[in-house]
Design a protein around this ligand. Structure first.
Ligand code: HEM
Length: 139
């Protein structure tokens, strides 16, 4: 495992220690900064919010480790999100939100290096999903 993947995995153990609180804070923060997004996540789909966050964390670690299944998975997710009207800028909003909340849950463990590593991996995921959406739009 790469040094970056190891660092992120260690940090994730801290961040996800209280998973229900993590999930609650991520969406609270997202909806408070961007109220219009709440409409995308209608109330009866609360389980999807948890599923999405878990999936992002699993994929982010796999991406940092260079796992081969990630690319295909992100292509299909990117297509679904495009159909669900998730726009390019929303990926940036979500990345910023995750960074804020990861910092909150990391406490004194948080540092510039962790922020840079998380940002890099989340931006890679977002780029791949956006690209899949664009390709679908052109088809
Ligand atoms: C950054 C990478 C992201 C990943 C890996 C990801 C992953 C997922 C997954 C696994 C699901 C669950 C169900 C499914 O397969 O469709 C989901 C649902 C959803 N995602 Fe994401 N997502 C990402 C970014 C975003 C962003 C930026 C938004 C918008 C702010 C968004 C909005 C949604 C919505 C609205 C649903 C629920 C769709 C429904 O009701 O079925 N996602 N996402």
């Amino acid at each position: 495992m790469s040094e970056i993947a190891e660092r992120l995995e260690r940090n994730l153990e801290t961040i996800a220690r209280d998973e229900p609180a993590l999930i609650r804070r991520v969406y609270e923060d997202l909806f408070s900064h961007h109220p219009s997004i709440a409409e995308l996540f209608t109330t009866h789909r609360t389980a999807v919010r948890a599923e999405m966050l878990r999936e992002i964390l699993v994929i982010a670690l796999a991406q940092a480790e260079g796992a081969s299944w990630v690319e295909e998975n992100l292509a299909s997710l990117g297509y679904k999100h495009h159909v669900n009207e998730v726009t390019h800028e929303m990926y940036g909003w979500f990345t910023d939100c995750l960074i804020r909340i990861f910092a909150e849950f990391s406490g004194s463990e948080w540092c510039a290096e962790l922020e840079a590593d998380w940002r890099a991996v989340l931006e890679q995921l977002s780029d791949q999903m956006r690209r899949a959406g664009e390709d679908a739009g052109e088809a």
